[in-house]
Design a protein around this ligand. Structure first.
Ligand SMILES: [Cu+2]
Length: 600
């Protein structure tokens, strides 16, 4: 089961540090999306979504400036699909971004969809399905963009690509059906069955004493954040989410789902022992802890094949590096004050069907009839009117080049990692637990040179503020990257410079063909109305709320009383329907005879 990490070693880089002359290439991928069988933790073989009959999915090595073409052929037979390249700005190619219902239609079985975009960002990224709840079934992999002008060239000998993830033995459609269900009124997320490192366990990586390796680490998981550390070694962080940072030393880092770190690790000079590197799922996220769950996954830096590979040592506490303190290597300073603020209050609550949903400002994201990008491109001057995008998409229209703040107030007791498509943002405020809502008149000083990244965690009952420049006309999704929470509606839609989009963006015919095959309209407002685009008659609405006064506890009580009433009736019916034993029959006859009836 153990794979050698050398399989994932993809580049031995020049140590001279000089800039290589490169020419942009077109890199074409013909991907048949297919079912395969996989058993990455050795505990349960299961159907898994692969590419060209393979899983784990390929590590993609791209060079900055390359043009990527992906022909996505959906051969799953029973599910639609899509593909998002996480962290790519897609500047000028918003239609290639991937989220279904936002910039495109779901690609139905038997259809093909072509992505075509240029990568002009270096760093550590990943790619995954953006079809509802699909990527945890296997359709996610890592993407590394090599940078001929990496400022740290010459400070390392080799690059190493590494992923962490959580893994389920059951398939997502069934898990989703029981997650968003009146029988799960508290919204308890399914707990993963195991943790994986490079889609396996007990990974070994042969290292050479004294060498320095550039690790590219991505959490491609569905749900669990993971702590990561290497015994006996210090990590020197030089990149987060594709942004170079000033070097920062860390003994342990924490990666939410979708976050990436690039760090240098220099090997020890003696080769007498091997060292464990461990990913440990953040069990704070789990509502229950199954006794059989091993939340950790361990691999080893192998200096010496003859030496033992000892189990990871137990820790007293997790004390990860605080990413908020990172400083971008390019020294980009804080944007001036915001022109526009998107304020989002996060809650989780029950709706009229008894199931638990996630909300921004009391609206649970409900995909529109027409993908939002197509609405922006087909509603003329009205595209600047947020009404067009419907009442259940949490839409905001941004003006070109505005400085925008997103204020996120977490009224929930859980941690949530938020991802913004199309941008890196400056992280300017992140509270501790239980600090409540952000107060614009009373907050910590904004960093002068804020960390930039594309995924940031808000703490329980806390808040964050992120700032970015609306310099990328397009429709950009902002959502929790816990895939359960995206499915339960924790998303907003930013419509950036719609009139500019109408001038600069165009949709390939192939994308429209996919919509036709899926039976999805491609023009008009969120409801598909093309005549009066301010009329939302027929739009997709969220499940209606419960009558006032119902609480999650009330739902639990209602469900359990219904279940117990049902069980009670079932017992009576079962008892009543059972044949009488001979003793019971004799006793009944005696009773009837004694009271004067006939027993014939
Ligand atoms: Cu979440």
């Amino acid at each position: 089961m153990a794979l050698s990490l050398s399989n994932f070693l993809y580049a031995i880089l020049a140590t001279s540090g000089h800039v290589l002359a490169v020419y942009a290439d077109t890199v074409t991928f013909n991907w048949n999306i297919t079912w395969v069988r996989a058993n990455p933790d050795g505990m349960a073989e299961r159907p898994t979504i692969g590419i060209n009959g393979q899983w784990p999915l390929p590590l993609l090595n791209i060079t900055k400036g390359d043009n990527i073409v992906v022909h996505l052929n959906n051969m799953l037979g029973n599910q639609s699909t899509s593909m998002h390249f996480h962290g790519m700005f897609q500047n000028g190619t918003n239609e290639m971004d991937g989220p279904v219902g936002v910039t495109q239609c779901d690609v139905p079985p038997g259809s093909s969809f072509t992505l075509n975009f240029t990568v002009d960002q270096p760093g550590t990224y990943w790619y995954h399905s953006h079809t509802r709840g699909q990527y945890p079934d296997g359709l996610r992999g890592q993407l590394v963009v090599y940078d001929p002008e990496n400022p740290y060239l010459g400070q390392y000998d080799e690059e190493v690509a590494l992923t962490l993830s959580d893994w389920y033995h059951d398939e997502m459609p069934g898990l989703l059906a029981s997650f968003i269900n009146y029988k799960n009124p508290t919204g308890a997320e399914p707990v993963p069955d195991s943790a994986l490192m490079n889609d396996t366990q007990n990974l070994t990586f042969a290292v050479q004493p004294g060498k320095t390796y550039f690790f590219r680490l991505t959490n491609i998981g569905a749900f669990a954040g993971q702590y990561f550390w290497i015994e006996g070694h210090t990590m020197r962080i030089i990149e987060v989410d594709g942004v170079y940072t000033e070097p920062a030393e860390a003994d342990m880092i924490y990666l939410t789902a979708a976050q990436r770190y690039g760090f240098l690790v220099t090997m020890r000079n003696d080769s007498s022992a091997n060292f464990a590197m461990t990913g440990s799922m953040d069990t704070d996220l789990f509502d229950t802890l199954p006794p059989t769950l091993n939340a950790n996954v361990t691999g080893w830096l192998v200096y010496n094949n003859a030496a033992p590979k000892q189990s990871a040592a137990l820790l007293d506490a997790f004390e990860p590096f605080d990413d908020f303190t990172l400083i971008p290597q390019d020294g980009m300073s804080l944007y001036e004050q915001a022109d526009y603020t998107v304020s989002l209050d996060l809650t989780m609550n029950n709706l009229g069907d008894g199931a638990n949903y996630a909300f921004f400002n009391d609206i649970t994201y409900t995909a529109p009839v027409v993908p939002t990008l197509y609405s922006a491109l087909t509603t003329g001057a009205n595209a600047s009117d947020v009404t067009v995008y419907g009442g259940y998409t949490n839409s905001y229209v941004l003006q070109k080049d505005d400085i925008v703040d997103i204020v996120l107030n977490n009224d929930d007791a859980g941690k949530h990692p938020f991802h913004l498509h199309g941008h890196n943002f400056q992280a300017i405020v992140r509270s501790e637990d239980d600090w409540g809502h952000y107060d614009p008149n009373n907050h910590s000083a904004f960093p002068a040179t804020p960390m930039r990244r594309d995924t940031l965690m808000v703490r329980p009952q806390g808040n964050f503020v992120v700032r970015f420049k609306a310099d990328n006309p397009g429709v950009w999704f902002f959502h929790c990257h816990i895939d359960w929470h995206l499915a339960s509606g924790l998303a907003a839609t930013l419509i950036e410079a719609p009139l500019e989009m109408q001038k600069t963006l165009s949709i390939p015919q192939n994308h429209y063909d996919v919509c036709r095959a899926a039976g999805v309209p491609v023009a008009g407002n969120a409801a598909g109305n093309t005549v009066n685009v301010l009329d939302l008659e027929g739009e997709n609405e969220m499940v209606h709320p419960l009558p006032a006064g119902f609480t999650a506890k009330g739902i639990v009580a209602l469900v359990f009383s219904c279940i117990s009433a049902f069980l009670g009736m079932a017992v009576i019916a079962w008892y009543g329907a059972a044949p009488l034993s001979s003793a019971e029959l004799a006793s009944a006859k005696r009773f009837i005879a004694k009271h004067g009836g006939s027993t014939n």
